[in-house]
Ligand binder design. Sequence first.
Ligand code: SAM
Length: 453
Amino acid sequence: FLVLTVQLTSSFLNSLEGLPGYDPVLFEAVHLQAAPITSIRINPAKKSDLSFSLTPVPWAQMGSYVSPRPSFTFDPNFHAGAYYVQEASSMLLEQAFLQSGLSNQPIRALDLCAAPGGKATHLHSLLAPGSLLVANEVIRSRTGLLRDNMIKWGADNVIVTQNDPAHFEKLPGYFDWITLDAPCSGSGLFRKDHDAIASWTTGQVSHCALRQQRILQAAWKVLKPGGVLFYATCSYSAAENEEIAEWFINEYGAIFMPIQLDSSWGVIETTNGYRCWPHHVLGEGFFFTCFQKPNTAAPIERAFRTEKNKQIKKSADFSSLVEWIDLDGMDVTEMGGQLMAFPKAMQADWQIIQSALHPVYAGVRIGEWMRDKLIPDHALALSTHLSSVVEYLPLDYTQAIAYLQRKEIKAATSTKGWMVAAYQGLPLGWLNVLTGRINNYYPKGLRILKEHL
Ligand code: SAM
């Protein structure tokens, strides 16, 4: 039966009149349905065996609808980074990226508004080997979650920065691809966020539109000539979507890049972009468009400052680390006592990003020395660079949940020392096996706080 879950305001509904794809009856009906459908995106870097029933999201190879919604908190695979819970319309980024011509070559990619990391983890899975991803989030309190999600994804070629979009002007023409998933009035998510309905006003829409213009201006400077910018919002308002696109084309000479979409998906083609309405698409409200920067100007070859950051001390010999980390193609550096590994081929980029921006995380954190002993970092356990020499302690479901709650683990093993707690073959984090006791090294800040489902 239908449950009245959402009471949309008349000022909001009036503002939608005449928009391509809007149908007042169907739109209101879909907002009266009980729960929006849940979807996830599988991490291709981590082979998992998921227990819930999956139906493919047609526009994203790794995307699936999940019904009924399971408890992700109580699924160890979720904590192992086997998948990311993401709204399905957002996964249309994949179509834009695959059609941009940038998916078959190593590129420099930037996600300018990246937290909590849905589109950044998605893009990461689509990038060609040898690519670099800078995932940026201006709001400090949101960068921790972004970093944790990128760590869970197991990536080695990601730098997480905390910068205002304007700071990127130090890197003119640097990136081949930019994802700009703009902060917006959020009406597309009203089915999920009922509290946002009451605070929706036309004034808020105008405020968001101005901010979107500012962020676009900044993004344009860092985009390489010939590069592609993906702009998206989860708003229905034309002022944040079609009107922004028109302004950008007129003011900056941005070239609208059409994307081919299967008509059965229900995405509505609008002026200079694409709209998802929940009464047409199996997903929430979303707008996206792609622009190419004219290739007329020669690429800007700025003399980037590449001298080593003073904090970085390249230690003479890291050979002992092979028992922890597969160092193939990686360089190890020490930053403030922390060891981290970053792809050798991207060292110049890493130096440039450090001198221009404020990175909060990069590559794979390996661990830190405590009186001559290496305490391995959680990021290493979840990364694809964990050495095959490290032994796994396989946990059953109950043990895995106890491990993720940071409780004491009781398990039989003849091995002593550092091991990786694993569930169905996927690492969850570190354990230190002592005589008669196993110490749980799951990070405190990530532990499951709830006792039961
Ligand atoms: N791309 C993310 C994902 O897929 O998980 C969601 C991004 S959310 C729509 C927009 C982000 O923009 C938020 O993380 C917000 O903190 C950030 N933001 C807010 N104000 C901003 C500003 N003035 N400049 C840049 N980003 C901003």
